[in-house]
Design a binder for this molecule. Structure first.
Ligand SMILES: [Zn+2]
Length: 163
């Protein structure tokens, strides 16, 4: 991507550092980007206790939500490492805290469910594989989202007919 945009990554990192400032995050969000969370401490959550797992997800998602005003903040697990023993609790966290968006992980096909999306790296290796994967994920998300919109609209219509 950087090659396409003719950005010299080494030069850029020397001048600007690795992390985005809060101002830059807000700017990106205003430009139409969805900003995700990636935990507070960037620890491997694979074997974290449930309270730690919850705190890492909720605090980082809340921080991004307060910064950007997004209604939902997707969460990507550090090191693509999903605590699969807590899949049920992870779903519960999302239903109790609607500002927690989809979970992104890097493990192929083990967590296909309404709550998880596969995370993909954009580099030149496996080019066709990745494009295929992205198309599938976008299609999946579109179908889920469209279904949510339809259900919301429908229940809205049912409710208003009772008013
Ligand atoms: Zn990371």
């Amino acid at each position: 991507m950087c090659k396409l945009l003719r950005i010299d990554t080494n030069e850029y990192l020397q001048k600007r550092g690795v992390f985005l400032s809060e101002k830059e995050i807000v700017h990106l969000h205003r430009d139409g980007f969805t900003i995700g969370a990636h935990s507070v401490s960037h620890m491997n959550l694979r074997n974290a206790s449930l309270p730690v797992l919850k705190r890492e997800i909720l605090d980082s998602c809340r921080y991004i939500q307060e910064l950007t005003g997004q209604t939902e903040v997707p969460f990507a697990f550090p090191f693509n490492s999903v605590p699969t023993q807590y899949v049920h609790e992870l779903k519960k966290i999302r239903s109790e805290h609607p500002f927690v968006g989809y979970y992104f992980h890097g493990t192929n096909n083990i967590l296909k469910s309404d709550h998880f999306v596969q995370r993909v790296g954009l580099d030149e290796r496996n080019h066709h594989y990745i494009i295929n994967l992205i198309q599938n994920e976008i299609e999946l998300l579109y179908r889920r989202h469209a279904r949510n919109v339809i259900i919301t609209t429908f229940s809205g219509a049912v409710n208003s007919s009772h008013d």
